[in-house]
Design a protein around this ligand. Sequence first.
Ligand SMILES: [Zn+2]
Ligand SMILES: [Zn+2]
Length: 124
Amino acid sequence: MAESRVTEPRKRFVELLGQHTRITFNDLKKELVGKKWEPGMNLATLYRIVDTFKEQGLIHEMTIAGERVIFTCQCADGRADDAITISFCENCGAIYDTHTRLSGQLTMSNTYQQTKSCNACVIL
Ligand SMILES: [Zn+2]
Ligand SMILES: [Zn+2]
């Protein structure tokens, strides 16, 4: 991989993630693809960056209402090969990830769940 060509798009991607608690794939596309800066980013590059970051466990993705929603891993010691549970709060829209170490034969486990409320917005 030619690192110099990859660095700038990755930098922009990381910057954008840093500005949002979460962002949809469509918004990433809008912000990053086809812009004037050099060397520019095309859709294939964006897909590749998202895949790479996901493989490395730096970001997670959940489909919410048909949209690919991407957010930065919130666990300080999260690893890509953990069992990862991603929760989306239907009430306040917060998204959380929790990691537990995988044991035994499992190589991968992702669980997606939606909750009516969460710790940030508890409804009594
Ligand atoms: Zn995580
Ligand atoms: Zn909530």
